[in-house]
Design a protein around this ligand. Structure first.
Ligand SMILES: Nc1ncnc2c1ncn2[C@@H]1O[C@H](COP(=O)(O)OP(=O)(O)O)[C@@H](O)[C@H]1O
Ligand SMILES: [Mg+2]
Length: 216
């Protein structure tokens, strides 16, 4: 079973990934969690390239670097873990590419579909949790986490984070459109709910999915 978490930075993905992992482990499942980009040494190096704020990267280069990191992770780690019967939980996957490089940076959705297909080897999540929050609320959370004054041009932000509020509005809009086109797979959750309520809704959905026996 492949579960993915999506949403802009600060939405609460990492928080929910950690809770779901613990919950599923307590139920006796083998669980692997990974963050994108990252997860192998090569992927962590690509992550450095992508997130370091001093790099100015062309949109297509950015797309291909994210895709390269994903292809590596899918082939080396995700597919083998799924074959062994593990539940794999990903903090971001191909919907991030569609939302960020497509809706955010303006690359054509046709190009994205092709690249996503190559990078994932056709692998699709069974369930995706989209934690929806406004960019303003997300930024407020991020800054309070780092105990910094709220400033959208702060040097403390990584390259993606410093792309600005307009960029994040387009990304959020992109996620909403993906949800509209695939409401069955992508579960939309209001990220302003408490971590506990979100966790209960998420684990409830996962259990419902497993009970339905849609493992084929
Ligand atoms: N449901 C929530 N309500 C309020 N604050 C939250 C919630 N979930 C997470 N947070 C806080 O918001 C910040 C960002 O959460 P995080 O899980 O790191 O988000 P992401 O991984 O999507 O960037 C953290 O400081 C976290 O403690
Ligand atoms: Mg996170």
């Amino acid at each position: 079973m492949l579960i993915t978490f999506e949403g802009i930075d600060g939405a609460g993905k990492s928080t929910q990934v950690a809770r779901l992992k613990r919950h599923l482990q307590e139920l006796g499942h083998e669980v692997l969690t990974l963050r994108e980009p990252g997860g192998t040494e090569v992927c962590e190096n690509i992550r450095e390239l992508l997130l370091q704020s001093k790099h100015d990267i062309a949109p297509v280069t950015e797309l291909l670097l994210f895709a390269a990191s994903r292809a590596e992770l899918v082939e080396k780690v995700i597919l083998p873990a799924l074959e062994q019967g593990s539940i794999v939980i990903l903090d971001r996957f191909s919907d991030s590419t569609t939302a960020y490089q497509g809706y955010g940076r303006g690359l054509s959705l046709e190009l994205l579909e092709k690249v996503n297909g190559i990078a994932t080897f056709g692998l699709r999540p069974d369930i995706t949790f989209f934690l929806d929050i406004t960019p303003e609320d997300a930024m407020i959370r991020k800054f309070s986490e780092k105990s910094l004054p709220l400033a959208f041009d702060s040097e403390e932000l990584d390259r993606m984070e410093s792309s600005g509020l307009e960029f994040y509005r387009r990304v959020r809009d992109g996620y909403l459109r993906i949800h509209e086109s695939e409401p069955e797979r992508m579960v939309l959750l209001d990220a302003r709910l408490s971590p506990q309520i979100l966790h209960e809704r998420i684990s409830g959905k996962v259990e419902q999915w497993s009970a339905a026996g849609r493992n084929a």
